[in-house]
Every structure is written in C-alpha cells, then in structure tokens.
Write a protein that binds this ligand. Sequence first.
Ligand code: GLV
Ligand code: GLV
Length: 310
Amino acid sequence: MKVLVAGPLEPFLRRTDVPPEIEVELLPEGAPISAGDAVAIVAMLTRHLGAAELDRLPGLRVIANFAVGYDNVDVEEARRRGITVTNTPGVLTEATAELTWALILAVTRRLPEGEALARGGAWTGWAPTQLLGVGLGGRVLGLLGAGRIARSVARRAPAFGMRIAYWSRTRRSEWEAESGAEWRELDELLAVADVLSLHLSLGPGSERIIDERALRRMKPGAVLVNTARGGLVDEAALVTALEGGWIRGAGLDVYAHEPTIPAALRVLPNVVLLPHVGSATEEARQGMWDLAWENVVRVIGGEAARTPVG
Ligand code: GLV
Ligand code: GLV
C-alpha cells in the first residue's frame, strides 16, 4: 500500500518503523501529485487538497494533515469521497501557546527594537525613557476562540496578572468557572481587550473577522496577536490601523498569503513578525508526525482514525 509523504518530512520518517506492507513515496513540497495509487497522504498545511487534487488520488482513504488547522483541505469534498481527514490537535497546543506569549511580550516590551539596538552597536547606555513598553499586570487578555490553544494561553495569564475575556460562538461555562474567563460579545471583547489574541480556525465564518471595522473598535493602546491563521485578519486594514495608531502594535506568526508578508507590514517598527513557527519545537513537531503517522496506519489498517476532523 502506497503512502504519499508530501513535504520535507524525511527526518521524522527515518525514525519511524514503517510496516513492510507500506511503501512510502516522498513528494517534494510544491510537486504535483502523481502517485494515483496512494491510499494515504501525509500533507502539510502548504498543500491545497481540493477536488482537482483528489481526482488524481482515486484510491485515497486518508488525508493526514500535519497541522491542527486544516483549511488547506476541502473536508466536504473528501467526505463525499469517503476519505478520512485527520489533524494533529493537542500535541502542539503548549508550543503554540508559548509562542503566543513570546509575541505578546515581544510587542509590549519592544524586543526586536531593543535587540537591534544592542546588536547594532549604536547603543549609548541606559536611559530613563529608552524603549519604553507597556506592562501586562491588571490588563485584559482578550481571546478570540476557546479551543485548546486559547485555553492554554489563558492558563498562563494569571502569571502575568492579566484578566481573561473571550468570545467564541459556544460558551464554555465549565472553563469560565475554572479559569475566571468572562465571555463577551465580539464587539465588546474588541473594545475591552488590551491584548487581543486570535485562536479561531479559518473558515467562512471567521475569514477576515479582524477587518477595518473590528480594528476601529479596539483600544488605541491594544496589541493584536495572531498565531492562528493569516486569513483571519484583513492585512491591508491592519497596516492602516498600525500606521494610523489605532492600536499600539501587532505580533504576527501567520499571514494571509504565505510566504508573502506585505511590504507595508515589514517596514513598521510596531509589529513583530515571525515565519509561522507556532508549533516549531522538537517536541511538538515529533508529536505531530507521530499522530499523523498513527492516523495513516490506523485508517489503512481498517481502524478508526485517532483524530479525525469534521
Ligand atoms: C499550524 O499552523 C497548524 O495548524 O498546526
Ligand atoms: C487547537 O488545538 C485548538 O483547538 O485551538
């Protein structure tokens, strides 16, 4: 049985005991799908899998997405064809939450500007008003979404003395009780958040949820952080907001059209930009591989997937 491993995942594959009945075919990133006899594909979030691609894989039984987000896969189309789609929830939650805090701190304490000053040789010494940031204590962490990653980010908020508010379509009363998080209407959340962090999956209901209207509702001192999906934000509107001082700054790990990062964003001093590294820890990436591979082996062996979506 042929399993397509699409993308540079050999380091993980080398550490995997591949059962003798499985033949792995490596598909370089960006290369078109050719192995029509594959029963499974391990795919990265950079590979779009829609009707046209699935037409080339008539024997496919499982798409194991090497990511928790699966907006790159047409899940409805896969379902129609009886193809199981799986993702990698849980194993990257802590890594992504940690990176979210790294961005929050990097923006509020202006780490890239400080690092550039220190590294560049232009620093003339300690000064009372040099590189002043803003503290987190007593401020409101506003979360869009209440999934695993949002809740993991929230778990770290008390350590910084922050209060937690959130919006998601479904309220989570149990979590509210244990975390102290307060549910707010979306517009209200935008207006009260000092740090607004996005943790929604990307889909028709969330695309560009942070548009000009939303940005205008935010506090002038607020910071926007996005470690979820770039498509949640209208990037042109964000540039206008940052240039116009509608908000203090932004920390971004994801972009609407990766790997393109709008030039107008790249020149702004009040944004911290990272190249989609939310899950980039050794532990998380190994966990993602293990889970994706387990899903492949289970489904082609006739068992239920461990982490199916949809
Ligand atoms: C990464 O962005 C993921 O969805 O896992
Ligand atoms: C991801 O695991 C999420 O639910 O946020």
